[in-house]
Ligand binder design. Sequence first.
Ligand code: SAM
Length: 282
Amino acid sequence: MKVAKDWKDYRVIATGDGEKLEKWGKYLLLRPDPQVIWHSKFELSKYNGLDGHYLRSNSGGGNWRFFTNVPQEWTIGWNNLKFSIKPMGFKHTGLFPEQAVNWNDMITAIKNAKRPIKVLNLFAYTGGASIACASAGASVTHVDASKGMVERAKENARLNGITTIRYIVDDCQKFIEREIRRGNFYDAIIMDPPSYGRGTNGEMWKLENNLYDFVQLSKKVLSDNPLFVLISSYTTGLQPSVLSNILTLVFGEGKIDADEIGLPTDEGIVLPCGARGIKFWN
Ligand SMILES: C[S@@+](CC[C@H](N)C(=O)[O-])C[C@H]1O[C@@H](n2cnc3c(N)ncnc32)[C@H](O)[C@@H]1O
């Protein structure tokens, strides 16, 4: 498993009974995690200094409850980068810290390439991967159907003084089809598709039904000197070897690294956070 070990401003303190207790900079938040099917060693909601708790409602949604003066948003650091943290709906905080394992590998690949690299970041959310790649010198096109998430990505870029990202609010499939017609190509493609989702015009996305065709379509915008293609998935039950198979079948054999990704916890275990598959060309 690839474990995101290099955080100083973030840690998982404890897990249990469907929840995880995390420290984001100065603030302690407790929120649901469906992977946590074991019992906690103590009552997490009674943890001394807890600042916020995301409580599920019976209707399927939920909301944050705050016990202290938690700001609307605040900043945490990872290596030389900064990210804005903002408790939002659907238990989100605006950052997936386990993605740091991918950021490290992409930064290394871009720096080692020693040539201009064009990156296409699809389902790009608040821009963690966009910022990482841009910080390594790549020119990044960031695509997400949510205007609100693109605004948060711009805020993250501003925090890091990054001005080289092109932002697109669009359905990823529609955008790729347009790029094919325009003859635009990219040296690296990143995709972190949701299990379910909707595009800007309500286009339905279901990972198991759409991923393979989508990866095949994305091949049409890959340059003839590619650097990497990364597929990341949080969908429960999607094995790393599924991602490895898709990458091999679509792009051919070669160097592929497919693995679970996870976060270390203070309890000495690793919290699983989905899988990633990355194909490198050199
Ligand atoms: C799982 S998140 C990606 C996490 C992100 N890569 C990261 O590491 O921070 C999925 C994102 O896909 C977007 N999305 C869902 N369906 C979409 C579609 N059809 N086209 C474009 N974006 C979509 C959502 O708005 C959301 O921001």
